[in-house]
Each structure stands twice: as C-alpha cells, then as structure tokens.
Design a protein around this ligand. Structure first.
Ligand SMILES: *[C@@H]1O[C@H](CO)[C@@H](O)[C@H](O)[C@H]1NC(C)=O
Ligand SMILES: *[C@@H]1O[C@H](CO)[C@@H](O)[C@H](O)[C@H]1NC(C)=O
Ligand SMILES: *[C@@H]1O[C@H](CO)[C@@H](O)[C@H](O)[C@H]1NC(C)=O
Ligand SMILES: *[C@@H]1O[C@H](CO)[C@@H](O)[C@H](O)[C@H]1NC(C)=O
Ligand SMILES: *[C@@H]1O[C@H](CO)[C@@H](O)[C@H](O)[C@H]1NC(C)=O
Ligand SMILES: CC(=O)N[C@H]1CO[C@H](CO)[C@@H](O)[C@@H]1O
Length: 397
C-alpha cells in the first residue's frame, strides 16, 4: 500500500523533528512546573454502557455529558431519573482504581435551543449568578470534581463577550465556595470550537481568549466534525492537516496559541466516531469524491460500530498521509474515521505543541479500549518550542 508508506514517512519525519527540538531545547521551563497531563473523555449515559464499565486505567478525567439548565430560571431542575444517573456515575467512579476526577459537562451539541439558553443566561449578572450557584450546588451534591461548559456556540461578538463575563464570575464564585467550605475548588473547563475564530461563518467572531486563559483550568478544543454528510463531497472527519484548507486541527490549535492561550491550557479533542457518506459512483471513492447523502448510521457511526461493519463487509481501508486520517470503502459506502494509528500520531502532535493532553468524544464508542489505550503508550511531556519553529516544521513536512 503506497499510501501507508507515505504515512509512515510522515510520522518518522515528525518524530525526527521532535527529537531535534527536544535536544536543541528552546527556552523551556523545567518539566516539574508543568501541570499533570490530561487524558480524558466524555461519557454520555447509555443503557448498554453503565458507568461501572468505564476502565479508568486510560483516563485522568471523565466528563458526564450532559446537563442542561432550565430555560426560564437557568437553574438545574433535575428529574429523579437524572439525579439517579448523576449519582450512579460519581458513585461508580469513586470506587474505581485508579481514581479519576469526575467532571459535570453542561450543554452539548444538541441544537440551537441549548445555545439560546446560554446566550440569554450569560447576558446579565443576575441570571449568570442563578446558573453558577445552581451548577456549583449540583456538582457538590453529587460529588463531582469540576464543571465544564459546552456552549455550541456563542453566535456573535456580544455573546462572546458575555461568555468572558460568565467565566470571570464563575471562577470568582468557585473560589468563594471553596474558601467558605474549606474544600478543593471545583475545576472549570470549557469545550470550544476547533478554531479560536469562527472564520467560516457569516458572523465572524473570536473567543474571549484573555478571559479563558485567566479563568479556565483548560479548554477542550473540539478537533473534529470538519466534514460530514451535510456536504455533498467526502472528506475526513478530523484531519490533522489539510493541504487545501484551514479546516484542520493544526490550524485550529495554532489559532488558539497565536490568540494568546497558553498551550498547556489546551486539550485536543479526538473522535471515537466516524462520518459516513453514500457515494454517487463507487469507482470515484477517494477524499473529495461526490456523495449523494449520508451512509451507514445516517451519517455517523461509533468507532466500535464502524469497525464491526468494516470487518463483516471486508471493506478496503485507506490511510491518507496528507490529512492523517483513515477512510474505508465498501461499494458505495464511504466512512471517514480515526483508528489507533492516526490517534497515536495526533497525540504525538499534541505533545509536540506542548498541549495539556487530549479528550475523546465519546468513550462509550471505543472498541475494547483499543484507542483509549494509545495515550498510555506515550508519556505526555512538554517540549517547549516557539510557534515559529513549529511553522517551519510543518511547512518542511
Ligand atoms: C422553554 O422550553 C420549553 C420546552 O422546550 C418551551 O415550551 C418554552 O417555550 C421555553 N421557554 C422560553 C422562555 O424559552
Ligand atoms: C422523586 O423522588 C422524591 C424523593 O425520593 C419523591 O418524593 C418524589 O415523589 C419523586 N418524584 C417523582 C416524579 O417520582
Ligand atoms: C443506577 O444504578 C443502579 C445500581 O447499579 C441500577 O439498578 C440503576 O438502573 C441505575 N440507574 C440508572 C438511571 O442508571
Ligand atoms: C455541492 O454543493 C455545492 C454547494 O453546497 C454546490 O455548489 C454543488 O453544485 C454541489 N455539487 C453537486 C454535485 O451536487
Ligand atoms: C438523519 O440525519 C438527518 C440530519 O442530521 C436528520 O435530519 C434525520 O432526521 C435523520 N434520519 C433518521 C432516520 O434518523
Ligand atoms: C465491494 C465490497 O467490499 N463489498 C462488500 C460490502 O459489504 C457486504 C456485506 O455487508 C459484502 O457482501 C460486500 O462484498
């Protein structure tokens, strides 16, 4: 397979570059001053996958996904069923070895309604306060170690400003609560768009990076969903590079760093799912081929599901070196995804950029922890090098 050869070359080149950078070591801080790496994943509750089935060997933090506040009071009005899900989650994880931190994620990508709740909540101090107090109360009541905001997405510069104010107020309340109760402060993180600026939309707007840098423990950058069946041509779900477009993870992560976010406050998102298309012509089956609609799973399949499908259908699997992604072809079914190999490569790049770590969406879709285990093969360490060196490296590649 010639494409696999290219791919291996790319990885070797990359590793050589990293080695050069470690040994020439630019103005690095001592490793001991760096916060511990984050190896994390989101857990949406599932009947087929109870929290007791989570293998904590592979993670430092597990996020419960998701809780949504009331659109009227902006507080959490939990049904008995939801309360049981939350307590089952934290109770199950409290009994695991090794111990992981539990995070309560608020919001999610469920649609515009959730985004509208956040927009109106964040627009004034008193509704922010109702939301924040209720979030802290729920986190403490169920024994979570932290809170996560997944607002998809602030739609205007005004909403971005409100997000900044929300985070500032939230951090202040977290500190206050920790002092008043003499406990560890809750962690505060946020899931964010792959790029610090929404450069593809009609309304261009940027995240309030100064506030995020100051008030978040870290940001989970959603480095996926770049191409899907909403487009009539095939493409990788989560390309690390793209020779033809800025819609790729390296561009996105660098936009955060260039915007002023410290690299070790960024955590790279890794998909445990693929995107599927139905090809127009089974013979035209590469990246950028014409599609007529969603493929198996109505456009999206968990890694465990697509792996099973590919095995049973003996699909052809192709590595694409230019984008660091994989796709499979079976007749007119076309699936873009990441496997253990591309995931390991991405984790290597996350290290090279000095990021804090990575997260998976979603851990219930791994196949016997095959992909989650990749991060344990690599010890995340921080090699600091300038963004300029980084650019040179990437253009060299
Ligand atoms: C709140 O959500 C409910 C249910 O989705 C909806 O019927 C109601 O109109 C919403 N209220 C506001 C103020 O948005
Ligand atoms: C929820 O639980 C409480 C206390 O356990 C109980 O009093 C209440 O009736 C329950 N509500 C519903 C709708 O089941
Ligand atoms: C919570 O856990 C209990 C005991 O493990 C189980 O019987 C119950 O179905 C779980 N409830 C939910 C909502 O997951
Ligand atoms: C694909 O969509 C683009 C715009 O979304 C449109 O310009 C183009 O004609 C479409 N191509 C096909 C083959 O349908
Ligand atoms: C398939 O996905 C589309 C777009 O997300 C959605 O509108 C549609 O309802 C889904 N169809 C089924 C059968 O789930
Ligand atoms: C071309 C090809 O590999 N086709 C396979 C697609 O999957 C079905 C089973 O789901 C196989 O029977 C085909 O051979």
């Amino acid at each position: 397979m010639p494409s696999l050869n290219n791919f291996v070359h790319l990885i070797i080149l990359f590793l050589l570059c990293c080695l050069t950078m470690i040994t020439t070591g630019s103005a690095a801080e001592p490793a001991s001053e760096n916060p511990p790496a984050v190896k994390s994943g989101y857990y949406p509750p599932s009947d087929n996958f109870p929290p007791s089935a989570i293998d904590t060997t592979f993670f430092t933090h597990v996020y419960y996904a998701f809780l949504v506040p009331s659109n009227v009071t902006f507080r959490f009005e939990l049904s008995n069923e939801t309360a049981l899900l939350l307590s089952n989650f934290t109770t199950a994880l409290r009994h695991k070895t090794p111990l992981v931190k539990t995070m309560l994620s608020i919001g999610g990508g469920a649609g515009e309604e959730v985004a509208h709740i956040f927009a109106s909540m964040a627009s004034n101090p008193s509704s922010r306060s109702n939301f924040i107090d209720s979030a802290i109360e729920v986190a403490r009541k169920f024994g979570f170690d932290g809170l996560d905001l997944d607002w998809e997405y602030p739609e205007s510069p005004i909403e971005m400003k409100a997000l900044g104010h929300l985070l500032k107020q939230w951090r202040r309340e977290i500190k206050k609560e920790a002092q008043a109760t003499n406990s560890q402060p809750l962690l505060l993180t946020a899931a964010v768009y792959f790029s610090a600026e929404f450069f593809l939309d009609a309304v261009i707007r940027s995240y309030p990076i100064k506030y995020m840098e100051k008030y978040l423990d870290w940001a989970n950058v959603m480095c996926f969903d770049y191409h899907g069946a909403w487009s009539n041509i095939t493409g990788p779900n989560a390309p690390l590079f793209d020779p033809n477009s800025n819609v790729n993870s390296i561009y996105g992560l660098r936009s955060w760093i260039n915007g002023g976010m410290t690299a070790n406050k960024l955590v790279m998102g890794l998909p445990l799912y693929g995107r599927t298309w139905e090809l127009k012509d089974p013979k035209d089956n590469g990246i950028g081929s014409i599609a007529i609609g969603p493929g198996p799973g109505n456009g999206s399949l968990g890694f465990n599901e697509l792996e099973a499908l590919n095995e049973e259908s003996t699909a052809i699997v192709v590595y694409d070196a230019d984008t660091v992604s994989v796709y499979s072809v079976n007749g007119s079914s076309w699936i873009a995804f990441d496997d253990a190999f591309t995931t390991t490569s991405k984790i290597g790049f996350a290290q090279a950029l000095g990021l804090r770590g990575y997260f998976f969406w979603a851990i219930i879709h791994d196949s016997n922890w095959k992909i989650s285990a990749q991060g344990n093969q690599i010890t995340i360490r921080y090699f600091f090098f300038s963004v300029k060196q980084c650019c040179l490296t990437f253009s060299f590649l």
